[in-house]
Design a protein around this ligand. Structure first.
Ligand SMILES: [Zn+2]
Length: 235
């Protein structure tokens, strides 16, 4: 299966063949749909069949065992046959907001000098949990810091590293709750020039300016060491 969102997160549609469709979901030869993971929601979209019928894709997941991407259709959708040709189109407005907020989470992680213990995002906003110890965080200062990094319009770069090379540089792993798949021959690194460098499998915008206006909406205490920082889009 070609997972096209890794090479080009801006690709909104693709042609594909049905490999399998069963109760677990629909497996396609190629997909632009990002599966739920790393705190980023699975994509939704639309499937067009050869006869013109359109079926909604309501969510996208990765099978834990087979690692295949499963597209989830409504319970009353017809069962497709292996070999059927389809056109897959993303709900791009939603996905692009995920890309913007996900990239913003990298910026937030660079501003808070503490380990990340969790995180989540939607098309409206996102949050990261930090193990801050006794240090305090200021919402207005973080908002100003984010704004500066967005306005700097910094480019993002994707590169690859082997698990062994990454194991030799453990300081690259910011998210303590998620261990990268060190057994893989290649792990994807995301670099925001001069700001952040870490392994990540999510989808990102090309430049930080594309994130747009955001602000820290809340900082909550989650236990004695943990602070939850929530961010929302201002638009
Ligand atoms: Zn990322």
């Amino acid at each position: 299966m070609s997972e096209l969102f890794y090479d080009d997160p801006y690709q909104r549609a693709c042609e594909a063949r049905v490999l399998r469709h069963d109760e677990a979901g629909l497996v396609l030869s190629d997909t632009v749909c990002y599966p739920l993971g790393g705190g980023q929601p699975g994509d939704s979209g639309m499937l067009q069949l050869a006869d013109g019928r359109q079926l909604a894709i309501i969510d996208t997941r990765r099978d834990r065992e087979t690692r295949e991407i499963q597209h989830l259709l409504a319970s009353d959708a017809p069962r497709l046959t292996a070999g059927d040709k389809v056109t897959l189109t993303l709900d791009w407005v939603r996905r692009h907001r995920h890309m913007r907020m996900h990239t913003c989470m990298h910026l937030l992680g660079s501003l808070v000098k503490a380990g990340v213990t969790g995180g989540n995002l939607t098309d409206r906003g996102g949050r990261l949990d930090f193990d801050t110890g006794d240090s305090t965080l200021d919402a207005d200062m973080l908002t100003a810091g984010l704004q500066q990094l967005v306005e700097a319009d910094l480019p993002l770069r994707v590169s690859h590293i082997s698990g062994a090379e990454l194991a030799a540089q453990p300081e690259l792993i910011r998210t303590m709750s998620v261990t990268p798949p060190m057994h893989l021959p290649q792990i994807r690194l995301i670099e925001i020039e001069g700001v952040d460098l870490q392994p990540c499998g999510g989808t990102h915008v090309a430049r930080t300016g594309e994130i747009g206006a955001v602000r820290v909406s809340k900082i909550e205490n989650k236990g004695s060491h943990n602070r939850r920082v929530a961010i929302v889009f201002v638009d």
